[in-house]
Ligand binder design. Structure first.
Ligand code: SF4
Length: 232
């Protein structure tokens, strides 16, 4: 797509902060950060709120999050004097999910797992992105084999808007150096072996040497390990 190529070309030498400033300027009120409250998204939250505090930052409360995730949500609201937007799944859809799949039916098949992600994440995400032109994500290309082909700016076919990955070239060390030097609130599960944090039943700590996405949907093959929020 022409505009995507042009944006990638224009920003190819820009710093992360310059990328953020450019999009916040160009797409004011039509842009948001979708935050999982994980380390990368906390870096972006800090950079975005220091640039323009009125920017929409939202998270999805699937109803299956860890207590530590609510703690970092609270700490973030307090530190920056904001209230992150929270989107919840539709009540009738969750009630029906329980009736058809039970509490943990997502372990029984990939279809069940995708159905749970669709109800608890994808539908609320669609509502959150409705009316926007651009969304920021905290994806890094070195996070998994499903993300190696990412670009800084992409057209998000699934949701019909521009997707920007400002941390695309950051290493895990870059993320943690930024968090520590800027005193950014972070999810304490990261201290206990969780590099990537999602819903409680579908996330676990990893061992030394394991891929950093190995703790997400560990019972599935790597090529299936996205929930539909990000196709890459
Ligand atoms: S990550 Fe697990 S619990 Fe969360 S929505 Fe997906 S299948 Fe359901």
């Amino acid at each position: 797509m022409k505009i995507i190529n042009e944006l990638n070309e224009k920003l190819k030498d820009a710093s992360t902060l310059e990328v953020i400033e450019f999009f916040l300027n160009e797409y004011k009120n039509k842009i948001a950060l979708a935050s999982s409250l994980g380390a990368e998204d906390q870096v972006l939250t800090d950079m975005i709120l220091k640039t323009d505090k009125s920017t929409k930052i939202f998270t999805l409360d699937t109803g299956r999050l860890n207590p530590e995730t609510y703690d970092v949500m609270d700490a973030t609201n307090l530190k920056y004097s904001v209230k992150l937007d929270v989107y919840f799944p539709k009540l009738d859809a969750v009630e029906n999910l329980y009736k058809t799949q039970g509490v943990n039916g997502h372990f029984e098949s990939i279809d069940n797992r995708k159905n749970c992600c669709k109800i608890r994440k994808i539908e609320p995400l669609k509502r959150a992105l409705n009316g926007l032109d651009v969304w920021f994500t905290g994806l890094r290309s070195s996070q998994s084999i499903t993300r190696e082909e990412m670009k800084l700016v992409e057209w998000d076919e699934a949701f019909g808007l521009i997707k920007v990955n400002p941390l695309i070239n950051w290493s895990e060390k870059d993320v943690w150096d930024y968090i520590k030097s800027n005193n950014v609130p972070y999810n304490k599960l990261h201290d206990n072996g969780y590099p990537s944090i999602g819903c409680a039943p579908c996330t676990r700590a990893i061992k030394d040497g394991e891929d950093i996405r190995a703790g997400r949907w560990w019972w599935e093959n790597p090529e299936h390990k996205e929930c539909g929020l990000h196709k890459k």
